[in-house]
Design a protein around this ligand. Structure first.
Ligand code: ADP
Ligand code: MN
Length: 516
């Protein structure tokens, strides 16, 4: 199954497919048909793909592995990195499909088969194949650091001189060539060739070498990208497809770029387009939050969602991909509640899988600064404090929510007021840890404003009571915390015994605004 074949099995000459030029096993006579990025981006190819696409109706639910989605008549593919990547991705996929067909054709029923594995464009880490059934990344395994192929010891190879001398004995030279394959980048899979008495002709070796070098460069580029852009990881082909479709449908005008890459999400800015339905208005500027998570991260966070009774029944049955979607869904629901209560926050535009589109807080592509990054006048600082106090109360009482990650990092300053963002982890106060989360929020807020010179700012315990309407009297942090946990316990016991939550936490026992 590994590449053990030799050049004899060359495919038919003639107007061959693009891969031939890159395939060292291929017929040497074949005129080189390159497949550089320049080609991929060529107008002609784009048109061809477009034509092809136009022939096929655009299916509603599209399997990611299927045909190109190059339909945008007005899309400026040359200026948009994302779309360029889409195009590249589709091209790579086509290329690989073609490669697979050729591989099959050549091998037929033959016992010795040739593998074109090394010439595939879609590599495991950027593939969109079915094994890629999860869109999180497990950080324990770095897909970029491929395992060193297990090769058998070298056979009399003296490792210097890159050039091939053609004057040597063909057999010896062939063996040397084979051995030299070990010098290729470790990621470059040379199969079992090294361990065998395989004699590579200079021509084949040179072609292989060329391929190995370009692969190395390519892999280095990917590495670099990975280092510098977490976005690359979150925006897997599937996500790109989703984004692409949003632009394609006209819902978004353009996706201009990335505003933030965090551990759990990547946020993009986009200009809004037109809605398919009359009643819905797309904001002129949108923020697109793409949820991602590492396996570890997801483990850290699952307490927020697992114990949220709204999601309880569903949680256990879900795979990681679906859980990521739940985060997005949660953020959407929570934002909607907040919107209904009149709390300044992004307005939900649409949720597609793990991608949440909302209104952009900021202007002309410049996001509103986080509270931690603005210097407010004393007056504004005081105003901001009373505003957040008010919002926390509204959040608790009207939305029946605790933010659970409230700090100067998740408050934006825009239009002379605070906007709350990042509510995917927000929970209801009766969540088993809801009050602890609230206390932590209070501590953050209280410390920030006290340090910021707001003399009126309540301390964390006073703030907690003011928000929750509870009257915990402990005058030190430890006791206070203990009382909070005792309350949570009472509630949990009640759930165990009566199967429902106490309403003690909400001060007036109002039904939740949003019913699931
Ligand atoms: P994370 O979980 O990665 O912290 P956030 O929702 O806090 O996700 O978003 C990360 C950053 O992206 C924010 O700090 C903010 O700067 C920016 N951002 C998120 N949503 C918006 C929005 N609707 N408008 C403007 N900027 C936003
Ligand atoms: Mn955040």
């Amino acid at each position: 199954m590994d590449s053990v074949g030799v050049a004899a099995a060359a495919p038919d000459a003639g107007p061959g497919p693009a891969w031939q030029s890159k395939c060292p096993w291929g017929a040497p006579s074949t005129t080189s048909i390159s497949c550089s990025l320049a080609d991929v981006m060529s107008e002609q190819l784009a048109k061809e793909l477009q034509l092809e696409e136009e022939k096929a109706a655009f299916p509603e639910v599209v399997a990611a592995a299927e045909g190109p989605f190059i339909t945008g008549e007005n899309i400026d593919t040359s200026s948009d990195l994302m779309l360029a990547q889409m195009l590249q991705m589709e091209f790579d996929k086509e290329y690989d499909a073609q490669l697979r067909r050729e591989e099959k054709k050549i091998n037929g029923d033959s016992k010795v088969s040739i593998s074109f594995e090394n010439y595939r464009k879609v590599h495991p880490y950027d593939s969109d194949s079915s094994e890629d059934e999860v869109d999180w990344q497990d950080t324990r395994h770095d897909p970029y650091r491929a395992d060193k192929p297990t090769t058998t010891p070298k056979r009399g190879f003296i490792g210097k001189g890159k050039d091939i001398t053609t004057k040597h004995d063909e057999v010896v030279c062939g063996r040397k060539n084979t051995a030299r394959m070990e010098n290729f980048a470790p990621e470059f899979q040379v199969g079992d060739g090294i361990g065998m008495d395989l004699k590579l002709s200079n021509q084949v070796f040179n072609a292989l070498k060329q391929h190995a070098y370009s692969e190395e460069r390519r892999s280095a580029r990917l590495h670099e990208k990975k280092e510098h852009s977490t976005a690359e990881k979150a925006v897997d082909p599937r996500t790109r497809l989703l984004l692409y479709k949003m632009v394609n449908s006209g819902m978004l005008e353009t996706i201009t770029g990335c505003i933030s890459t965090g551990k759990e999400s990547v946020v993009f800015h986009a200009y809004g387009g037109k809605s398919a339905t009359e009643d819905k208005v797309i904001p002129p500027e949108c923020a697109i939050k793409v949820f991602k998570t590492t396996l570890n991260e997801f483990k850290n966070r699952d307490k927020y969602i697992k114990d949220d009774y709204r999601f309880k029944d569903r949680f256990s049955k879900l795979n990681p991909r679906k859980i990521i979607r739940l985060w997005a869904e949660k953020e959407m629901h929570n934002l909607t509640r907040m919107q209904n209560a009149g709390i300044p926050c992004p307005q939900v535009v649409i949720l597609k899988k793990h991608v949440l589109v909302m209104s952009f807080i900021g202007q002309d592509q410049v996001p509103a600064p986080k509270l931690k990054d603005v210097t407010l006048s004393n007056e504004d600082m005081k105003k901001a404090y009373y505003q957040i106090l008010n919002m926390m109360q509204q959040l608790y009482r009207e939305c029946n929510l605790v933010h659970a990650d409230l700090s100067e990092y998740n408050m934006l300053w825009h239009d002379g007021k605070i906007w709350l963002i990042d509510v995917s982890q927000s929970v209801e106060p009766t969540h088993p840890h809801g009050l602890e989360f609230l206390f932590r929020d209070c501590r953050n807020v209280s410390q920030f404003f006290q340090k910021g010179g707001v003399a009126e700012a309540l301390n964390e315990r006073e703030l907690f009571n003011a928000v929750s309407g509870l009257n915990i009297t402990a005058d030190n942090e430890v006791d206070f915390q203990a009382e909070i946990e005792a309350l949570e316990k009472i509630n949990e016991d009640h759930v165990q015994n009566h199967g429902k939550k106490l309403s003690t936490f909400s001060s007036d026992g109002d039904p939740p605004i949003y019913d699931e």
